[in-house]
Write a protein of this length. Structure first.
Length: 196
């Protein structure tokens, strides 16, 4: 298992299928976000889907790493040329984003994996997902929770994605858990749909 690694083929396919499902729903909101951009590997694929949709969409990228901004500019920004896609990169974490966006149709949360940060991500981004929209979590398998990884806090912290998900009152009361991907030796992916 690769801590904080890339998505498996199945995880990627499910993530992208959830994005396409939301795009097909034609919600009142056309804003999408990826929290934890890193090298923009997933970002560029999300941007391609949104750019070819025929509908004006806003794609937000959020990361604390300045290097991620460069990847975003090199890999995502070109998709905005001659397309319906608008994009915005925010350098910061969820604490910095409270007043930046009011509504989202879909958000992928794959940033710092400690329980405290994932809890903040759920509060910040999950609260902004509109009814019928999705929150997607990567690195969510319970097996990963004992692993340790250097976090944005400049010290090693235990993975807490699963712990934050299972403890979240917001997810328990306003979302339905609709997809769980948990392959052997992979990172895990979970999708929640906003019900109210």
């Amino acid at each position: 298992m690769n801590p904080g690694g890339t998505m498996s083929t199945l995880e990627h396919d499910v993530c992208m299928a959830s994005l396409k499902q939301i795009m097909d729903k034609e919600l009142e909101c056309n804003a999408y976000a990826e929290v934890g951009v890193w090298h923009a590997d997933t970002s560029v694929q999300i941007a391609a889907e949104l750019a070819h949709s025929g509908v004006e969409n806003l794609f937000l990228g959020v990361d604390i790493n300045e290097e991620s901004r460069k990847y975003w500019e090199d890999r995502v920004r070109p998709w905005t040329t001659n397309s319906y896609l608008r994009e915005q990169f925010y350098l910061g974490d969820s604490k910095d984003m409270h007043d930046r966006i009011s509504a989202l149709a879909w958000v992928l949360i794959d940033a710092c994996h400690c329980c405290e940060c994932v809890t903040n991500d759920i509060r910040t981004w999950g609260a902004r997902v509109v009814k019928g929209g999705y929150v997607v979590f990567h690195d969510s398998t319970p097996r990963r929770q004992t692993m340790r990884k250097k976090s944005q806090h400049n010290r090693t912290r235990r993975f807490g994605v699963y712990e934050a998900i299972t403890a979240s009152k917001l997810l328990k009361t306003k979302f339905k858990h609709i997809i769980h991907v948990d392959e052997v030796d992979r990172n895990g992916l979970d999708v929640f749909e906003r019900l109210r």
